[in-house]
Design a protein around this ligand. Structure first.
Ligand SMILES: [Zn+2]
Ligand SMILES: [Zn+2]
Length: 377
């Protein structure tokens, strides 16, 4: 995937939480809804629709449900790490309680993680109950292709690849332009394109900002040296300082909620199909601690291009998991199909597809293949 250099903020799907308490995709009960049903659901009362993308994406385009229908909710996050903070707020939970909770993102992957986070917070707080969670299968991208006249989509769909934005194919572009509400952060005229890789100059913000062509050329020729501020900084809005809700560590939750092995197997079976679109990137876990990239290559067979050891974010140590890039999708599928029988030494490997999330660049810039993972001493 082409990434816009320094312009890019990776919506990290694990929210930077320690592995032990990161939301588990297994406990996710969210329903995946096709674009046309999702469209209809937007007219239903007692419903909210959450844009789980970053604010600068929402800025240039978002769903606008019809009057009397779903209530649009914008968490106003600068990056995905702020979502748990937002969802942990009592006022957020009050807003969602007792409602049908719809959610959407660019391609669907960020909703997987968000809904997992939600079911976890619901488990941890019995008073936080909803009428169910519903995510848009295939995300905005597919909705806009399903409704080429736009449907309830307004404005542009921010994309992290070189297209930069997607607009409904059969909607006259003047109409899309009329829907734009975002402004140039310098002269404040209505403008809906991110060009020139400008960022908010507030130190701990740095999100992309919109600069119109006139202001851009004045900046580039040195006629103007403005302080660039994103709309969130301008209004003084920040979630960053809020605490991240304390999620129960995964083992405790499992012990409390899955008394029988049967339930666990059912959960595993479901997890196998949950949001795991075939991808060249694989998750490979349960490796022995004494391992190297050559052993991984030998175990998985032809086509291993990259082995990235996944470090625990808090301790920096490695506990047996990696991402592996296969040369082709066919190679990746072959490995996943053989998953039950692949081993390193005596360890049976845990293997699944691991699509690279929307907007994330993988392997990360500057990645270098290291032969061995660091192991705790
Ligand atoms: Zn301007
Ligand atoms: Zn800012």
């Amino acid at each position: 995937m082409y990434i816009l250099g320094k312009f890019c903020y990776y919506p990290s799907v694990a929210y930077g939480l320690p592995v032990s308490s990161a939301p588990s995709l297994k406990s996710n009960e969210t329903k995946h809804i096709e674009a046309d049903d999702y469209h209809k659901m937007m007219s239903e009362p007692n419903t909210v629709i959450i844009d789980v993308r970053n604010r600068y994406e929402t800025e240039i385009g978002h769903f606008q449900p019809p009057r009397g229908g779903a209530e649009f909710v914008d968490p106003k996050v600068r990056n995905s790490h702020e979502l748990p903070k937002w969802l942990g707020l009592p006022e957020t939970q009050d807003m969602l309680k007792g409602k049908k909770v719809m959610m959407y993102c660019t391609g669907g992957i960020r909703c997987e993680r968000f809904s997992a986070l939600m079911s976890q917070l619901k488990q941890d707080n019995p008073e936080f109950e909803t009428e169910g969670e519903f995510m848009l299968r295939g995300g905005i991208e597919r909705y806009v292709r399903t409704f080429p006249e736009g449907g309830y989509w307004k404005g542009k769909n921010f994309l992290f690849d070189k297209r930069q934005e997607q607009i409904p194919e059969r909607k006259p572009s003047e109409e899309t332009e009329k829907e734009v509400e975002s402004r140039c952060c310098v002269c404040k005229r209505i403008w809906g394109l991110y060009r020139g890789q400008f960022k908010c100059s507030v130190q701990d913000c740095q999100v992309p900002v919109i600069v119109c062509p006139d202001c851009r050329s004045e900046i580039e020729t040195g006629q103007k040296v403005p302080e660039l501020q994103c709309p969130l900084c301008e209004e003084g809005f920040r979630l960053r300082d809020l605490h991240t809700p304390a999620l129960k560590p995964a083992e405790k939750r499992k012990a409390a909620s899955a008394p029988a092995g049967v339930a666990e197997r059912a959960v595993k079976r479901r997890a196998k199909h949950q949001g795991k679109a075939p991808s060249q990137r694989l998750f490979v876990g349960s490796m022995p601690l004494a391992v190297d990239a050559t052993m991984v290559r030998d175990a998985l067979g032809k086509g291993v291009e990259i082995v990235q050891w996944i470090h625990d974010k808090t301790t920096g140590f490695w506990y047996g998991s990696s991402f592996v890039k296969m040369a082709t999708l066919r190679d990746a599928e072959r490995v996943v199909e053989a998953a039950g029988s692949l081993r390193i030494g005596k360890r049976k490997l845990r293997i699944n597809f691991a699509p690279v999330p929307d907007g994330e660049s993988w392997p990360p810039p500057g990645f270098e293949q290291v032969e061995r993972p660091p192991v705790p001493v």
